[in-house]
Design a protein around this ligand. Sequence first.
Ligand code: SF4
Ligand code: SF4
Length: 434
Amino acid sequence: MQTHFSKEQLKDKDNQSSEKIFRKCVHCGFCNATCPTYQLLGDELDGPRGRIYLIKDMLENNKPANEKIVKHIDRCLSCYSCMTTCPSGVNYMHLIDHGRNHIEKTYKRPFKDRLIRNFLSITLSKSINFRVIAILTRFIKPFSFFFPKKLKEMINFMPGKFPKKTLPKMKVYSAHKRKKPVARVALLTGCVQKVISPQINEATIRLLNRHGIEVVVPKGIDCCGSLNHHLGKSDLANQTFKKNISIWYDEYLKNGLDAIISNTSGCGTTLKDYGFIFRSDKLKKEAKKISELTKDISVYLEENVKLNFIKNNTNTKEYKIAYHSACSMQHGQKIHDVPINLIRKTGNQVFNIPDGHLCCGSAGTYNLLQSDIAKKLLKNKISNIEKIKPQIITTGNIGCITQIASGTKIPILHTVEIIDWYTGGPKPEVLQKL
Ligand code: SF4
Ligand code: SF4
């Protein structure tokens, strides 16, 4: 694709990077074939190629965003299915992030939109805020039908109760029965995940500790920053990124870290991008190190841990398990077979879901901001899951777990919960009736 940025425009580091990406695109449109929003809406501007043109036009011509551009960019899930398909290696993720930041700087959204987006930004990016709002909404829930559609959906999305935690809150979770651990890792516990599904972090910690690995949860790290990053709120996102980078880097220097473990693939994708985001910043070296240290839990287990599978009276039955490959896992981090192979080692049958490359509609805050499209995607996902008649669904991303659970009664759990169970951990609560 030809570009027409001026020399002046190319002094900006983001324009510079985006220009290189635009040049890689050969307009072939292969990406449209695997884009969920293009498939549903059939409009060129609701596919990656069309969105690339919209972003290029805004940036090259110093154009402020307008209602039409915002509509089509907002409809993008950031699922990155287009990146897996693109034969030219176009990094759509960096383009859409740049496009969203440009929108936030040049477009004044209608009052209601601003209110909702600010509310999501404040509520979801801090676990304490999320907890307080979730408690307050319990009282409003019975009257949610009085509220406008979007607000009603948000109220209903809030959890009615919080699962009990079984592990105490600590900075360091020591390896079992060892004076010296075989490795030392930091765990990102996540802003929403630790409130609505603490059992995922607990399974991760238990499993790693049992295998001789010390787990550190440094104080001060809550959200990975991707929530605000995807809302185009780059200043807020950068504050979080910088805080996380300095806390983890400090821990790495002072006490040593072999890895930073992410058990939410959406967050892992963003952590792995810190190096790019801070490529021209004074934190460049530190950010790059944090990205290099980041590993999805499935990859860390596969590459670094000799798992000790144990048969006991709760896990002798063989289950048919459907593996949902989260977009951030398969397209964002290019991890697909590793979690499947890990689950196979438990002796259960694992199946890919038909049309598994398509998003379930969760996509961060997408299911709240674009609920009509998200519902259609969820319906398609559930119907594809039902084709394989599984007893259990598993995935590696809390957003997908919440979204899919809202559309089916088949129990769904994080992959790490299954591995924990088969290596001596407790049977996950959602499976107690199976
Ligand atoms: S990220 Fe997903 S929704 Fe957005 S253009 Fe690419 S394939 Fe389509
Ligand atoms: S597949 Fe890649 S090269 Fe082809 S139009 Fe899409 S982004 Fe451009």
